[in-house]
Design a protein around this ligand. Structure first.
Ligand SMILES: Nc1ncnc2c1ncn2[C@@H]1O[C@H](COP(=O)(O)OP(=O)(O)OP(=O)(O)O)[C@@H](O)[C@H]1O
Ligand SMILES: [Mg+2]
Length: 87
């Protein structure tokens, strides 16, 4: 498993008056091979962070990196095979 680095991540939904800032300035680092628990009250943005990481939410800013791959809006096809939610 690759290292995961999240730096200054912001994720939002909607625009203008309807905008919801779901994640504000999240930063954390998961070392290669480690298990990581993300804890917070309901609605604090835990699921939204993971959705942005796996590429399911396009409205984000900041830096996300998995291994050597810096994530952008467009990701390599193989990414979606390798990085998925396990429900
Ligand atoms: N698609 C969406 N459109 C608008 N707002 C959203 C959307 N998804 C999540 N939100 C809002 O973003 C915020 C974070 O929600 P999120 O589901 O990430 O929280 P959570 O920490 O996973 O909560 P829980 O512990 O209940 O699972 C909440 O205010 C939520 O209402
Ligand atoms: Mg959740």
């Amino acid at each position: 498993m690759s290292r995961i680095q999240i730096n200054n991540l912001n994720v939002w939904f909607g625009e203008k008056d309807e905008r919801v800032d779901a994640v504000k300035d999240a930063t954390f680092d998961v070392p290669s091979g480690a298990s990581f628990g993300l804890v917070g009250e309901s609605g604090s943005g835990k699921s939204t962070i993971l959705r942005a990481l796996v590429g399911l939410v396009p409205t984000w800013s900041g830096d996300m990196q998995i291994g050597d791959l810096k994530l952008g809006l467009k990701r390599p096809k193989a990414f979606y095979k390798d990085v998925q939610m396990v429900f």
